[in-house]
Write a protein that binds this ligand. Structure first.
Ligand SMILES: [Zn+2]
Length: 227
């Protein structure tokens, strides 16, 4: 992303979500179409209306510690997903590393289906391709203030090893689910984005990248809490 695009993307967030737009007054191009809605809308803690949840990793958590179950080639796919998302950021706003101890991890990736009954309050289901499927569980406290760690990611093969399309499915689903774990809590409405609910593109689009970039420059409503 060029400097001009980065500035435009940052201003898009400011225009959409802040009351002051003075800092963006020198940008004349239309800006809002450079991001999609990434925030999650949930029933309000007060019981009336909805709360808007926005999250990104604070610098103090970086690099985010990711533990990956050693099955179906997931460690390799997730390592590439980390590199892919890190490349979005010019100032290393998001970084992650794979760790060997799951008890020490802030994101846990398993090669199985998300468990039922659901134990977390919010489950983002995605990737309903024939070859594999994914989900990300976010455990948000009832007051909608804290995101209890770890974030739990599930990337499960639906086909036997060697099935055409399986590796691509696992690769793009790993990127998609890590996109949720870094703070994109909504699905894109566009099939050309990797954060579309049923993604088919192999890499983040310019819109995915712009959204991921902007959300690290908007104050989060959720605070990550280790337990
Ligand atoms: Zn998803």
């Amino acid at each position: 992303m060029t400097g001009a695009h980065r500035l435009a993307a940052g201003c898009a967030a400011a225009l959409a979500f802040a009351t002051t737009v003075a800092a963006c007054s020198d940008i004349s191009a239309p800006l809002r179409n450079e991001v999609y809605e990434w925030r999650l809308f949930v029933p309000a803690a007060s019981g009336d209306g909805a709360d808007t949840l926005s999250f990104h990793w604070d610098r103090s958590f970086l690099p985010v510690r990711v533990w990956v179950e050693n099955t179906a080639g997931l460690p390799g796919h997730m390592d590439r997903a980390i590199t892919t998302w890190e490349s979005v950021y010019l100032y290393r706003e998001f970084t992650a590393e794979i760790v060997s101890d799951s008890s020490d991890a802030d994101v846990i990736v398993r090669g199985t289906d998300a468990p039922a009954p659901q134990t977390s309050r919010t489950r983002l289901r995605s990737a309903m391709a024939p070859q594999c499927r994914g989900a990300t569980d976010l455990d948000v406290t009832p007051d909608n203030r804290d995101l209890l760690l770890p974030i739990r990611v599930f990337v499960a093969p639906s086909a036997v090893p060697g099935t055409p399309g399986l590796e691509d499915c696992l690769a793009l689903t790993s990127i998609h689910e890590l996109g949720h774990a870094l703070g994109i809590f909504q699905h894109s409405p566009n099939p050309t984005d990797i954060m579309f609910a049923d993604p088919s593109v192999l890499l983040p689009s310019p819109l995915d990248r712009g959204t991921a970039e902007v959300l690290y420059h908007v104050a989060p409503t959720l605070e990550a809490v280790r337990r």
